[in-house]
Design a protein around this ligand. Structure first.
Ligand code: NAP
Length: 296
């Protein structure tokens, strides 16, 4: 049996079309959602992410402002910029691309973003709201993308045993919080595993839905998955590949060819969670814009 492929790429196209229509409607009533994406330095991966986010926003009809600052920008300058964006009525969503250079205190910057414009959901207030089950807390984009993939592929996590591998603030922890939330996309029984989990396979084999966000290529093998489980691979790893012109290929944390023979459904890398993350960023921006008018 070969698993059904959960194509985040196709779903993201559909979601972005829905967003485009929503934005067109908002524009007719005089509201243009605006997103500011801030990048410090010239990290090539971050540049690619920021460019795709801006392009996707523009294609969706969202006003998009990309702000690129030199690597040696001071923390005070960055905080000043954030404060300006907080006060800017054209901007409803602010995203500061992580990681930030070492001389900048990431927590300080994330805390400076107006929680109402925090489309990444990383402000401590929003993290707390999500952790305490607030249904209106903005959901961090990557785990929100995973929930959307599960729901749209007919794999509602409600009542299922979901195992999340990874406990980062960006993916694992908010993923677990979303799955636990009462309401659509939640109501799961959740286990979180990490690098100190002694027998990882024993835990992952318990999963009806297995969500993996580790950052190590092919760590999850076929014998670590329960037959018929649904597997979502969040990992994005670069592995050397001389057959490719660029010298590498992207792969997930799940040994795809093995696991697809055991699982009932699986998301690929690339073309899985990545495109959904961007779609969720646009969705969070539009939600923030709509909320801003309700708050006036
Ligand atoms: P991270 O901050 O490095 O966290 C990795 C997590 O995996 C940690 O909790 C770590 O455990 C756990 N881990 C590491 N080795 C392990 C092992 N051998 N067994 C079990 N758990 C292990 O990474 P992240 O930011 O969450 O990202 C994870 C992956 O997702 C990366 O490949 C990243 O590129 C990808 N990602 C993709 C998207 C997307 O849009 N698709 C977005 C974000 C991230 P400890 O806590 O014990 O160290």
């Amino acid at each position: 049996m070969s698993a059904e492929v959960i194509s985040g790429k196709d779903m993201a196209v559909a979601i972005r079309e829905e967003i485009k229509e929503r934005v067109a409607g908002l524009k007719e009533s005089g509201l243009t959602p605006g997103l500011a994406v801030v990048l410090l330095g010239e990290d090539p991966a971050s540049q690619v992410y920021v460019r795709s986010k801006n392009k996707a926003a523009t294609e969706g009809g969202i006003y998009s402002r990309q702000i690129t600052l030199p690597e040696d920008t001071s923390e005070a300058e960055l905080l000043g910029l954030v404060s300006g964006l907080n006060a800017d009525p054209e901007i409803h969503g602010i995203l500061v691309q992580l990681p930030l250079p070492e001389h900048i205190d990431e927590a300080e910057v994330l805390s400076a973003i107006d929680p109402a414009k925090d489309v990444d959901g990383f402000h401590p207030m929003n993290v707390g709201r999500l952790a305490s089950g607030d249904p209106d807390a903005p959901a961090p984009c990557t785990p929100a993308g995973v929930i959307a993939m599960l729901l749209r592929s007919g794999n509602d996590p409600a009542g299922k045993h979901c195992v999340v591998v990874g406990r980062s603030n960006i993916v694992g922890r908010p993923m677990a919080a979303l799955l636990l939330r009462k309401g659509p996309g939640g109501n799961a029984t959740v286990t979180v595993a990490h690098s100190r989990t002694p027998d990882l396979g024993a835990v992952t084999r318990e999963a009806d839905i297995l969500i993996v966000a580790i950052g190590q290529p092919d760590l999850i093998r076929g014998d670590m998955v329960k037959p018929g489980a649904v597997v979502i691979d969040v990992g994005i790893n670069r592995v050397d590949d001389d057959t490719r012109e660029r010298g590498y290929r992207l792969t997930g944390d799940v040994a795809y060819d093995e696991v697809k023979e055991v699982a009932s459904a699986i998301s690929p890398v690339p073309g899985g969670v990545g495109p959904m993350t961007i779609a969720m960023l646009l969705s969070n921006t539009v939600d923030a814009a709509v909320r801003s008018t309700a708050a006036e």
